[in-house]
Write a protein that binds this ligand. Structure first.
Ligand SMILES: [Zn+2]
Length: 310
């Protein structure tokens, strides 16, 4: 059978990733640009480059976007991490330069579909992907298919009187367990003069600390980095227990830079989830890392296209 090709694009807060992908899920051509202050313009630049690649005749374009998406219209209803996209009709923007099939989806949903296609969820019928980055996102695969719901796992309340969240609620999971939360907690501990090797990074400008700095320092044994990650992990475990109790998945797949500290952050989450979830449901759950990493969104977005055009 001849392979078909589709374009997968993943619009995130930091980068727009895009690729031409074949119907076996292999990436044929890939590029990345910083999202910048004019994300729509960046998207048009990327489309120009992709559509000038005449070696591949694509059967459609799938676009994964960080935010709440009205997939029937292709409109971004709300994007806290890319505010300039709120209200933008991404489908119409793409149709200015491409006249074929254009599909939109939330980024974590697309990533879950990508993991189902060629990644860690390849042989799993029911699983939940949790993306742990600037925020926390979720995607649900049930009966081998993507559940087209919001799956905003990061905005699950885990503390009735907790920290305020950008969504307007208080006590959301992402305010306690995301990379942003971990960085914020480390900075406030350093401001309160808790000792850590992290305070000497960037010539003492510890406001520049990244999630990667924190998990690497934790792996080297820094007590502050370890305790902040463990606390974030315990909170993530509360979220996972809720997910397990509601959806009884076969697996929870975790994606994002913080999972680099698996034996600190994720082990704490597993321990907490095992204490809180219903035993009968928890016993059948595998908690595992994603295998596609940053490519999950583009691969999933392309797979959504293949479902329609194959
Ligand atoms: Zn929230």
């Amino acid at each position: 059978m001849t392979l078909r090709h589709a374009i997968g694009i993943d619009i995130g807060g930091t980068n727009i990733r895009a690729a031409i992908i074949d119907s076996d899920g292999n990436v044929a051509f890939k590029l990345k640009e910083a999202t910048g202050d004019t994300p729509v313009e960046t998207l048009h630049n990327i489309l120009n480059i992709l559509l000038s690649q005449r070696s591949w005749d694509v059967c459609g374009i799938g676009i994964a976007i960080a935010g709440l998406i009205d997939t029937s219209k292709g409109v971004v209803m709300r994007s806290p991490n890319i505010p300039k996209l709120t209200g933008i009709n991404i489908k119409s923007e793409v149709e200015k330069s491409y006249k074929g099939l254009v599909l939109t989806e939330n980024d974590a949903n697309a990533a879950a579909f990508g993991e189902r296609f060629t990644g860690a969820g390849k042989n799993l019928e029911n699983f939940v992907l949790i993306t742990l980055g600037t925020g926390i996102g979720g995607g649900i695969i049930t009966g081998n298919n993507l559940l087209h719901v919001a799956a905003e796992i990061g905005h699950m309340s885990i503390n009735a009187n907790g920290k305020p969240c950008a969504c307007g609620n208080v006590g959301c999971l992402e305010s306690y367990a995301s990379a942003t939360a971990v960085i914020g907690n480390v900075i406030s501990e350093i401001e309160n003069e808790t000792d850590s090797i992290l305070k000497d990074l960037y010539n003492g400008n510890f406001y520049k600390i990244t999630a990667e700095d924190i998990y690497k320092t934790a792996l080297e044994g820094d007590p502050l980095a370890r305790s902040v990650l463990r606390e974030a992990g315990r909170n993530l475990g509360i979220g996972i227990a809720n997910v397990v109790n509601i959806l009884s998945p076969d697996a929870v797949i975790l994606a994002g830079g913080l999972t680099g500290a698996w034996h600190i952050y994720v082990d704490a989450a597993i321990k907490e989830a095992s204490k809180r979830a219903l035993k009968e449901l928890y016993n059948k759950v595998n908690i595992m890392p994603s295998s596609l990493g940053d490519d999950a969104g583009i691969i999933g977005a392309a797979k959504l296209v293949f479902e329609e055009c194959e």
